[in-house]
Design a protein around this ligand. Structure first.
Ligand code: HXH
Length: 364
């Protein structure tokens, strides 16, 4: 009897010791580090997703590591508004519902972009190009419907995407929006979005923002909007960079320049290609290798570290960093710009495991 009593007592003590350990002992802080925890006092860390990422191992990785998500394609005009009188909400709804269930914020992408636009947008029922008035009326209806549906659920929007050309001296890309409506379409897009959700944080978003000429023309565009009191709150640097670029100085120049206008800066589409950046689509050549070497892993870790060191040093000015896809298993850079070539631009490998670059980002 005494023996039984003692062994029960022993078990009780053992259980309480385990509980205390479970509750209070920090279990290897390094192995436990996640992106969202490491950066919790700096900015939300986000990821671009498709509905298929919201099940299985990718869903677990997303909820473990990220506290913001962005639909990679589901909220673009083509997918969400395929015909003038028909919206396709399923994919965007699924992503927003997932985020709400998991307590993750949503960054919307994108309301007005010259690519992935639906065919109906620029033509009338007789096949003729629409007038400026018609284009702006359609843009207003599109933006109002989309922003209203997710009002209070999407905290920030890329309102206008990639309106500045890469080369030349012009501020405005000669897109159909521009040739039909002139530069006013940009102001209008921000006004429509602000009217639909006055609390949403509104961004102009672009790539190649470290190119001095393009940086300067983007600056002029957003400055003009600010001077006219157009409701714009931030600039998105897409961050489609590589293991070779940008330098810390180039990045800092962009952050300082845009935040000098009182605008928030977010890195909205981060990935570091392991190949030198190319600016034309092309076929794969025999000399194009598709492997992820140890040298690439080291260089990528060093470049990610350099960039996040800069991001942290602009605490308060940088208000978000979003990765463009979940893991190297599949990314938009597979086959782009080189057909048939795989890329390895993210922090998690093809088996969803953290890469060397992951540790260089969370250990600081
Ligand atoms: C982004 N564009 C978009 O914002 C995002 O919505 C999309 O999911 C992925 C990337 C980046 C981009 C812009 C221009 C561009 C390529 C990518 O043009 C090129 C065309 C050929 C070769 C190089 C660039």
């Amino acid at each position: 009897m005494l023996l039984l009593k003692n062994s029960l007592k022993g078990t009780a003590i053992l259980i309480s010791v385990c509980l205390i350990n479970f509750q209070f002992k920090p279990i290897d802080p390094v192995a436990q580090r996640t992106l969202k925890d490491a950066y919790s006092s700096y900015f939300p860390v986000g990821v671009a997703v498709a509905p298929r990422n919201l099940k299985g191992p990718e869903a677990d990785l997303i909820t473990q590591q990220f506290n913001s998500i962005t639909p990679e394609n589901a909220m673009k005009m083509g997918p969400i508004h395929p015909q003038e009188n028909r919206y396709f909400w399923d994919d965007a709804d699924a992503i927003v519902d997932f985020a709400q269930q998991k307590g993750i914020r949503v960054r919307g992408h994108t309301l007005c972009w010259h690519n992935q636009t639906p065919r109906w947008l620029f033509t009338d029922s007789t096949g003729k190009e629409v007038t400026k008035e018609m284009l702006l009326a359609r843009l207003k209806r599109h933006i109002t419907d989309v922003v209203s549906r997710y009002k209070g659920k999407v905290y920030a929007w890329d309102v206008v995407n990639e309106a500045v050309p890469d080369t030349g001296t012009s501020i405005y890309r000669r897109s159909k929006f521009y040739t039909i409506a002139g530069e006013e379409y940009i102001e209008k897009a921000f006004q429509y979005a602000h009217e639909a959700d006055p609390k949403a944080v509104l961004f102009y978003n672009d790539y190649n923002t470290e190119n001095p000429s393009k940086r300067d023309r983007i600056y002029q565009l957003v400055k003009k909007l600010k001077d006219k009191h157009i409701p714009i709150h931030g600039v998105g640097l897409q961050g489609h960079w590589s293991i070779y670029e940008p330098t810390a100085q180039e990045l800092e120049t962009s952050i300082k320049r845009f935040s000098s206008l009182g605008l928030a800066v977010q890195i909205t589409e981060l990935d570091l290609s392991v190949y030198p950046k190319e600016h034309e689509r092309r076929q794969r050549k025999d000399t194009d290798k598709s492997e992820f070497t140890a040298e690439m892993a080291d260089k990528q870790a060093a470049q990610y570290k350099l960039l996040f060191d800069v991001f942290r040093s602009y605490k308060g000015k940088i208000t978000g960093v979003t990765f463009w896809n979940v893991s190297d298993k599949s990314t938009w850079l597979d086959n782009f710009p080189v057909a048939g070539r795989k890329d390895y631009p993210l922090l998690f490998d093809q088996n969803y495991q953290p890469k060397k670059a992951f540790w260089s980002v969370v250990n600081f």
